[in-house]
Design a protein around this ligand. Structure first.
Ligand code: HEM
Length: 463
């Protein structure tokens, strides 16, 4: 007798290798694999990942079910515990869900409008100082440059001016060592005695020492800052307890980590896609000329940069930095008449979700106007555009990230004429945060005078 539909496991995606299952396909081309699965099997199906069954949920409604599931059904904590050696003990995924919620709540005061207003100025200063050393013309690798710049911005806005002053280029490389400590092996066991993990631990210890010394100076009466460190030092848990130094360090490192490389990647794609499709550039540059003038970049002006904002959204849609979001299924999870049994993993993929033709018209085409007032394709369904996640764990730093990307491109377009050394940039899915595959070289030539900008001569033919 066949079992009732409500007790069926989701259909399995055929193919894959004996033990690895679909792991290699997922690493090579997750979008292609998941799109094929969706076209063949629908919104919910399972694949095999090195011995683990992963239930994929593709489509706004299925994604909504994933984001809406409670922690005791789909657990983020159980799947992201591999971040503990980077984030630290007692914080985020090493804390109970209730404590993690309180800790995430500490972030909100650091991301309020008055702070964002201060950060706009700081972001501009950091970006201008960074490109000061570029000279009149030359070439840079865009992702490498934005990786450095976003470390400087995050360090200054979150940990403070003292930290930023002590953060040399050398020290900024520590972030890379930390980042490399999160990889496929760390998913299995982040404590193996490997050189990558030793470098990760050294980098974290070094950063923790630096931050702890700044906390000690502030406690001893040094000037308070307009940064997240200050917010954390003043914060209290619901029971009145202050945060320990270790918790403060952990939350600062986690926040920088969550937002830095992701912002660099989205910033890089924003510029690469715009320069690859120069027909969209004049609208962005005209808007810059009209809105920004030549002085300070204010929060109000940034909010009026709607053409640039659509280009950022289109970069988020086509190349979301976090390609897959995972949860551990801790209690049987039901969707669409199927039950994904406890023990496996559940996954949504922003990268695949954003390429569904039923949601986004002609989804492989670069078209920032899809987010314009007439079309608003991201509003056709809840959980359609999910580059910043959704539900309880939705990204807390999305406004900060988008603001930062706007400031960076306003400074770059304001100072330089830019073109790409080549076209056809592709995502590198082999890393945890999927950026453009290097090299992504941009050529720049400094504009003679500040003021209204004109569209640069593209290195590539317009499409
Ligand atoms: C373009 C840049 C960014 C992208 C693409 C991004 C993306 C995401 C995504 C997809 C999630 C949800 C993860 C999940 O559900 O498993 C998330 C969560 C989070 N993000 Fe971001 N993020 C960015 C920037 C930032 C920044 C700048 C900050 C901090 C200032 C930040 C802080 C966080 C935190 C703390 C969480 C965890 C929230 C929770 O679990 O409750 N992110 N981010």
């Amino acid at each position: 007798m066949s079992r009732p539909l409500a007790h069926c496991a989701p259909p399995s995606l055929p193919g894959g290798l004996p033990w690895l299952g679909h792991a290699l396909d997922l690493r090579r081309d997750p979008v292609g694999l998941l799109r094929r699965g969706h076209a063949r099997l629908g919104e919910i199906f399972s694949l095999r990942l090195a011995g683990t069954r992963v239930t994929a949920l593709v489509g706004p409604q299925a994604q909504g079910a994933f984001f809406g599931a409670p922690e005791d059904e789909l657990s983020a904590r159980e799947v992201y515990r591999f971040t503990v050696p980077v984030f630290g003990r007692g914080v985020v995924y090493d804390a109970t869900p209730a404590v993690m919620d309180e800790q995430m709540g500490f972030l909100f005061p650091a991301l309020r409008d008055d702070r964002l207003r201060t950060y706009a100025r700081v972001m501009q200063q950091q970006a201008e100082a960074y490109v000061e050393g570029w000279g009149d013309e030359g070439e840079v690798d865009l992702l490498a440059a934005l990786n450095e710049l976003t470390v400087f911005i995050a360090s200054r806005c979150l940990v403070g001016a003292e930290f930023r002053r002590r953060l040399s280029r050398e020290l900024a490389r520590l972030f890379q060592d930390l980042e490399h400590g999160i990889n496929l092996i760390s998913l299995v066991n982040p404590y193996l005695p490997l050189p990558t993990f030793r470098r990760r631990d050294r980098a974290r210890a070094c950063m923790a020492e630096l931050i702890t010394s700044i906390i000690a100076e502030r406690r001893a009466g040094a000037t308070a800052g307009d940064d997240f460190l200050e917010v954390l030092m003043a914060a209290r848990y619901a029971d009145g307890r202050a945060l320990s130094d270790e918790e403060i360090v952990g939350l600062l490192i986690s926040t920088i980590f969550a937002g830095q490389h992701t912002s660099a990647v989205m910033g890089a794609w924003t510029g690469i896609l715009l320069l690859e499709h120069p027909r969209w550039l004049p609208a962005v540059l005209d808007e810059q000329a009209q809105v920004l003038g030549s002085g300070d970049i204010t929060l109000e002006a940034l909010r009026r940069l709607v053409a640039l904002e659509r280009c950022i959204k289109e970069a988020e849609r086509l190349h979301p930095p976090l390609v897959m979001l995972m949860r551990r299924i801790v209690r049987d999870f039901e969707y669409g008449g199927f039950v994904a049994p406890a023990g496996g993993l559940a996954m949504v993929s922003p990268a695949a979700a954003h390429r569904l033709p039923a949601v986004f018209a002609d989804p492989d085409r670069y078209d920032p106007d899809r987010f314009g007032p007439e079309r608003q394709e991201d509003r056709r369904a809840k959980h359609a555009l999910i580059g910043f996640g959704g539900g309880h764990h939705r990204c807390i730093g999305s406004t900060f990230a988008q603001q930062q990307i706007k400031v960076i491109w306003s400074v770059l377009f304001g100072r330089f004429e830019l073109s790409l050394a080549r076209r056809g940039h592709q995502p590198d899915y082999s890393t945890f945060v999927a950026g453009p595959r290097p090299p992504c070289v941009v050529r720049y030539r400094r504009r003679r005078a500040r003021g209204p900008v004109a569209a640069p001569v593209p290195a590539v033919s317009p499409r």
